[in-house]
Design a protein around this ligand. Structure first.
Ligand code: UDP
Length: 450
């Protein structure tokens, strides 16, 4: 009998990275391939605590962990500290883990492929050193990755400096058929946090380098969505949208918070296409003033609202909202977006949320906050034309009136809704038999089995 494949998926400890890699791992496991999923010890415990009923006993995917190098009480929201610590401490632990698995396994159980998230792209070097095939997984858009590959040209052309800071404010495009983008919207921009920007920029440059030597480069997107960027990266296998399986057999969704399913029953009681879903992902935070303005804006909207208010979204939140608003701490977002009562999505435009909304045919009201979310907003509003943006006042605050105005405009725009439905069809086709992502994924599976 030939050697069987065994994939080791190495995640970066952030919600927007763990979830899509977990979904990819589930899809690989669906093909009968053994998958071991590596998290940091901290995140491993967070995931298990968030879905205790789906613990380690269901062995479709083996969940293992390594230390992140921080103390139990350390602040893991400090991304600079976290990233520095894991890149110093985790490589040694990962190598040890691979050796341990391989030494304790029969030949046909040994690790044959490492898939590393972009945030831990150093894991590709470890796999190469150990003679193991390897794939980089890039959770954001292909366009983001194409911009990362373009960095040397941007520095050479004097558009940005060596830390990624824009030296000129200009509109530039990646290729003649790519939409132009403002240099203020580069995905490594972290306004007000130069240390984090330097780190994000350095991480993107090193991962762009690492991707060149990896055997495969996997992205959670589909060709028809970002064809101009896909064409620029011949090695790329776009395999998205990665969605939860429709049979509900996921071992874990990889959520960091328990999903409050009561909102699904609440949605059942709402009229078709009536509910505004409001969620800003896992890391966005609001000043007390902006949060107040958002709450007042939502009060002005005369439609049912499902609002995700994470416990760390803002300080001093009083649940002073109208009866038409249902608040949860964390929602089963994909199921919510797929619900027939959903009319639109007020979103921070994280790539996972963007793809999930597109896949379910839901129009967007865009409120980007950080990193690639501005680029995603531009695509949503200007390229795919499936949403509208919000403009801040001179003091940087988005007013309650702007929220109401843009929301009403979005809900009455038939062409945006029609475009959103077309996107849903395109996304569905790409992962159905014969579709672009379906073929790319099959190709990847055949190669790792070979
Ligand atoms: N999510 C969820 N429940 C919520 C809010 C978000 O399950 O109440 C999920 C969402 O489906 C997505 C992920 O969390 O898969 C957020 O990723 P995204 O890239 O949109 O944003 P980030 O958290 O990285 O800013």
């Amino acid at each position: 009998m030939g050697k069987r494949a065994h994939v080791l998926a190495v995640s970066y400890p952030a919600q927007g990275h763990v979830r899509p890699l977990m979904k990819l791992s589930q899809r690989i496991a669906d093909r009968g391939i053994k998958v071991t999923f590596v998290s940091t010890e901290f995140i491993h415990d967070v995931i298990l605590a968030a879905s205790p009923e789906k613990g380690e006993e269901q062995n479709r995917i083996e969940m293992v962990s390594v230390p992140d190098g921080l103390e139990p009480g350390d602040d893991r929201k400090d991304l600079t500290k976290l990233s520095e610590s894991i890149s110093t401490v985790m490589p040694g632990h990962l190598e040890e883990l691979i050796n341990k698995i391989n030494l304790s396994s029969d030949v046909d159980e040994q690790i044959t492929c490492v898939i590393a998230d972009v945030g831990v792209s150093w894991a590709l070097g470890i796999a190469q050193k150990m003679g193991i095939k390897n794939a980089m997984f890039f959770p954001p858009s292909v366009t983001s990755f194409a911009w990362s590959l373009h960095v040397p040209k941007l520095i050479e052309g004097g558009v940005i400096d060596n830390n990624g800071t824009a030296l000129k404010n200009e509109m530039i495009s990646l290729s003649p058929d790519s939409p132009a983008m403002s240099s203020a919207d580069f995905l490594w921009n972290c306004p007000g946090n130069p240390t984090l920007q330097k780190l994000a920029f350095a991480c993107l440059i090193s991962s762009a380098e690492a991707a060149k030597t990896s055997n495969w480069l996997l992205c959670n997107s589909f060709y028809e969505l970002e064809s101009s960027a896909c064409k620029l990266i011949p090695k790329l296998l776009s395999i998205g949208p990665l969605l939860l399986s429709s049979d509900g057999l996921e071992q874990s969704t990889g959520s960091f918070w328990p999903e409050d399913s009561t909102c699904l029953t609440w949605l059942d009681a709402q009229p078709n296409k009536s509910v505004i879903y409001v969620a800003f992902g896992s890391t966005a935070i609001f000043s007390a003033q902006q949060f107040e303005e958002l709450a007042l804006g939502l009060e002005l909207v005369a439609q049912p609202i499902l609002w995700v208010v994470r416990s760390d979204l803002t300080d001093g939140f009083s649940e002073r909202v109208g009866d038409h608003v249902k608040i949860v701490k964390w929602a089963p977002q994909e199921k919510v977006l797929a619900h027939p009562s959903i009319a639109c999505f007020l979103s921070h435009c994280g790539w996972n949320s963007t793809l999930e909304g597109l896949s379910m045919g839901v129009p967007f009201l865009c409120w980007p906050y950080f990193a690639d979310q501005f680029l995603n907003r531009n695509y949503i509003c200007d390229v795919w034309k499936v949403g509208l943006g919000l403009k801040a006042e001179g003091n940087g605050i988005i007013s309650r009136h702007e929220i109401r105005r843009q929301m009403e405009m979005l809900l009455s725009d038939g062409s945006i809704r029609a475009n959103a439905v077309k996107m849903k069809e395109l996304a569905g086709r790409s992962i159905s038999e014969g579709g672009s992502s379906f073929k790319n994924f099959n190709h990847f599976i055949e190669q790792i089995m070979g």
